[in-house]
Design a binder for this molecule. Structure first.
Ligand SMILES: Nc1nc2c(ncn2[C@@H]2O[C@H](COP(=O)(O)OP(=O)(O)O)[C@@H](O)[C@H]2O)c(=O)[nH]1
Ligand SMILES: [Mg+2]
Length: 146
């Protein structure tokens, strides 16, 4: 366990962070709103969307990220716009991976737009996934060495 990569997931509320964590860890997917930081499967730090959405909480994400090896920015394909400011991820000074979620609900154009937002936010590697169908998740797990 100790040599597993530890990731921290960041993204707006309902972006699909918790569903993705549960899909990765094969936990039962059931809806609950994440109110606080939670550790899933000992190596995934799931954060509440409020930490990104509310200005006063952004320092909390910074502190949370210190425990992680890799920052995972989660962008839902169906969102019109993004919560990530340009170069947002670079302030963590860690490798940044982008994940486009809700691939199953999106058009190819929406997926491309979400990828663009993640690239602008500083993601070096981008994966397209669905936490519901599981598409793209094995590739992500392999890349992250989870
Ligand atoms: N169709 C679909 N729905 C998803 C996906 N990921 C999350 N959802 C749904 O989106 C809502 C918010 O997901 P959740 O994981 O709680 O988002 P979080 O706030 O980022 O943790 C829930 O109703 C999920 O079932 C996905 O890949 N595909
Ligand atoms: Mg959540």
């Amino acid at each position: 366990m100790a040599d597993k990569t530890r990731i921290v997931l960041m993204g707006r509320s309902a972006a699909g962070k918790t569903t993705l964590c549960q899909c990765i860890s094969h936990q039962e997917v059931r809806y609950h709103k994440t109110q606080t930081v939670s550790i899933v499967n000992q190596n995934m730090i799931d954060t509440p969307g409020e930490y990104l959405e509310r200005r006063g909480f952004r320092g909390a994400l910074m502190v949370t990220a210190t425990d992680a090896d890799i920052v995972v920015l989660v962008q839902e394909a169906t969102e019109d716009g993004t919560m990530f400011p340009p170069a947002y991820g670079t302030m963590f000074a860690k490798p940044i991976v982008g994940v486009v979620t809700k691939e199953d609900l999106a058009t190819p154009e929406q997926v491309e737009k979400a990828k663009k937002y993640l690239r602008m936010a500083g993601a070096e590697n981008i994966f397209v996934a669905s936490g519901v169908t599981g598409k793209g998740v094995p590739e992500l797990v392999e890349f992250l060495n989870l």
